[in-house]
Design a protein around this ligand. Sequence first.
Ligand SMILES: NC(=O)c1ccc[n+]([C@@H]2O[C@H](COP(=O)([O-])OP(=O)(O)OC[C@H]3O[C@@H](n4cnc5c(N)ncnc54)[C@H](OP(=O)(O)O)[C@@H]3O)[C@@H](O)[C@H]2O)c1
Length: 165
Amino acid sequence: MKNILLIGCGHMGGSLMSGWSKSKNYTISVIDKKKHSILKKRNRNKKIKFFKSIDDIKNHNNLDYIIFATRPFELTNVFKELKNVNFNKKSIAISVIAGKKTEIFKKNLLNINKIVRVMPNMPALIGEGVHCIYTNKFINKKEIKEINDLFVLSGKTLFLIVKLL
Ligand SMILES: NC(=O)c1ccc[n+]([C@@H]2O[C@H](COP(=O)([O-])OP(=O)(O)OC[C@H]3O[C@@H](n4cnc5c(N)ncnc54)[C@H](OP(=O)(O)O)[C@@H]3O)[C@@H](O)[C@H]2O)c1
């Protein structure tokens, strides 16, 4: 079982979540500042939990994936909220946020080296998305396969592998 933390459950975060929720392989913790209680009321899936803030989540050490799905300008606030969170070195940060480079995640998240950027699109909502995925050099082959498993649940995947000479 893999543990996902989703930060931001709007159009894109919610679409990806609906894909993951169909698999028995994931538990999902969702942080959404304003919508957490309405999302909680509507939810019928026991493997999805909703929270107002990272402070409401007891264990930050068992997360396999931390998914960033807020609007780009909200990321500064998200980093402030995560400032003192001691993530596990093995956790993978995955951002679907347009225009934010991997370096900014490395700079602002404690212990995180493994970073992935994904450019999805809205047909992900009905499992028909196309996800273009970039992984940094700290992601190994096994993790690439697992990241693929995450995103094929909402559509096709296309990996951009950059080889450093
Ligand atoms: N939509 C697309 O087609 C698409 C395609 C590719 C990439 N993206 C990327 O996906 C990201 C999200 O886009 P979207 O269309 O899903 O936007 P959205 O619907 O506005 O979703 C953003 C969500 O993040 C929540 N949020 C804001 N601040 C937060 C915080 N500090 N902690 C937790 N949650 C917070 C927002 O809550 P409130 O609304 O209550 O503030 C909202 O639910 C963007 O960065 C965008 O570049 C989107």
